[in-house]
Design a protein around this ligand. Structure first.
Ligand code: BG6
Length: 485
């Protein structure tokens, strides 16, 4: 994060990036295209090397790794790589297999890369591997000496599956790395429009004074998805929507929406304030949670026919502090729903004045004031309010003012979540990464639900989840899909 909006972007020190899981889906979709786009934008270090790694059973030659990387970059970068850009990038790629107890090919590849750079380049080890492999990879880094002072590590999510496993994983990581070297990634925090919530709140006298229980009746954080589990049964069966989306992503967004103004925009202040929010969160009450499962989930390849895993979760949580006491936060996410959206909506109380008779609303539902933050990149923000319909009578109609990133700023400057976060990790800026205490607290507040989850309720694909989710939010209503005119 920059100290001031005028600050130029820093260039990272020379780096060797070691990508574990280099043959996997995440590397293909996000990490390799992200590294290439950073290189093309001139944001990579002055000089760098990227060493791909995978178990010996999936080992590649340097040439094979380069051609896989090219396929990934071509498939997942919006603009195809030009010849010169690609050549400059691919000559920096090499491959070294590693298994616990057999790290030699990786050590040789990293040694070659470091010698090619000269001096003492930094290392960034990105663990783009399934969660079960995190501990053995961290131990491998510790045991081989790859985890020295100049090494940083990016750990993918989900970070644990409950409090005990998160604590155990933190202990494993801290046995090898100092917390200052650890970058737990949550790509929602790398989204431009999530970062912009800080600007919206704290750079504007317009919003911050009303951002509290005096003016806000409730908050919704809503991330419906149209996709199903997309062949990820083995991951999803172990995880479910509550762990995959709510704990991992939506609680983090809640932390940013609800935090007190940080003393400064540095990693420590920001993360302290976010953790304060998590500390003030009351434990999740299972009676205030709806778990759903889309019809047909059991027929997905790899899913247990008896599975009780939720593909939908809606819940109400409270943040018990002076700013938010009594203001429910409603969170919802699910697969195979009616729309893909990523929104935060703040719903304002009606003004106390009764000068407008109910008939002025023209029989329409309240149409109250809502601040809508759509954080699906490129994102937009809208304020919904009531305006007088033209004509002789005082009739009110919903109106909106909208700011769209796509229309407003140079899109060329935009970094996708992963790109931004990989760049920040190379710069050593932990602002947008989760901290050990914050993660552990989130699992702690989740414990009552994980211990006694309500049964899953079926819902039709393409719908908005089980009807109980509407009862959960009553007397309010979900902003999506109907509020979004
Ligand atoms: C991932 C989850 O972290 O985030 C997926 O594992 C989910 O289940 C995805 O679909 C949503 O992120 P986005 O922003 O890429 O749509």
């Amino acid at each position: 994060m920059q100290d001031s909006p005028d600050d130029h972007v820093n260039v990272p020190d020379d780096h060797v990036v070691v990508l574990f899981g280099a043959t996997g889906d995440l590397a293909r979709r996000k990490v390799l295209p992200g590294l290439f786009r950073l290189a093309r934008s001139g944001l990579m270090p002055r000089d760098y090397r990227i060493v791909g790694s995978a178990p010996a059973g999936a080992a590649l030659s340097d040439e094979e790794f380069r051609s896989r990387a090219k396929e990934a970059v071509t498939a997942f970068c919006p603009e195809p790589p030009g010849d010169a850009d690609w050549r400059a990038f691919e000559e920096r790629l090499s491959f070294g297999a590693a298994d616990p107890g057999a790290p030699e090919p990786l050590l040789a590849a990293v040694g070659n890369a470091e010698r090619a750079l000269g001096g003492s380049p930094r290392r960034l080890c990105h663990l783009a591997v399934p969660p079960a492999a995190f501990p053995s990879m961290v131990e491998l880094l510790g045991g081989t000496g790859l985890a020295g002072d100049r090494t940083r590590v990016i750990v993918e999510k989900p970070f644990g599956t409950d409090l005990a496993s998160a604590r155990a994983l933190n202990a494993t990581v801290h046995a090898v790395f100092d917390e200052s070297q650890v970058f737990r990634i949550d790509h929602f925090l790398g989204k431009e429009s999530v970062d912009n919530i800080l600007a919206l709140r704290f750079a504007n006298g317009l919003f911050e004074p009303v951002w509290n229980r005096r003016h806000i009746s409730h908050v919704q954080i809503d991330v419906p998805e149209t996709l199903g589990i997309e062949g990820r049964a083995s991951f999803f069966e172990q995880t479910g929507t509550f762990r995959d989306m709510i704990v991992t992503h939506l609680f983090q967004v809640l932390g940013i929406v609800a935090m007190e103004p940080p003393a400064a925009l540095d990693a420590r202040s920001l993360r302290d304030e976010k953790v304060e929010v998590f500390s003030a969160m009351r434990p999740v009450d299972p009676a205030r949670v709806v778990r759903g499962q889309y019809e047909g989930y059991h027929a997905e390849p790899g899913v247990d026919p008896e599975s009780g895993t939720e593909t939908f979760a809606a819940l109400a949580v409270t943040v018990d502090n002076p700013r938010w006491a009594g203001v429910p936060f409603f969170l919802r996410s699910g697969k195979s729903l009616g729309q893909r959206r990523q929104t935060v909506t703040l719903h304002f109380k009606r003004p106390p004045s009764h000068m407008f008779p109910a008939s002025a609303h023209g029989g329409r539902p309240s149409g109250g004031n809502v601040l809508v933050i759509d954080f699906d990149d490129p994102g937009w923000i809208a304020a919904r309010f009531l305006a007088k319909e033209p004509g002789p009578a005082m009739r009110l109609s919903p109106a909106r003012m909208t700011f769209r990133y796509a229309d407003s700023f140079q899109q060329a400057n935009e970094l996708e979540g992963y790109e931004r976060l990989i760049l920040d990790a190379m710069l050593g800026d932990q602002s947008l990464f989760t901290r050990a205490d914050g993660i552990e607290r989130l699992w702690e507040v989740s414990a009552p639900l994980l211990d006694a989850p309500p049964p899953v309720e079926p819902y039709a694909p393409g719908s908005w989840g089980p009807p109980s989710a509407d009862e959960l939010i009553a007397p309010y209503a979900w902003y999506l899909p109907d509020g979004d005119d």
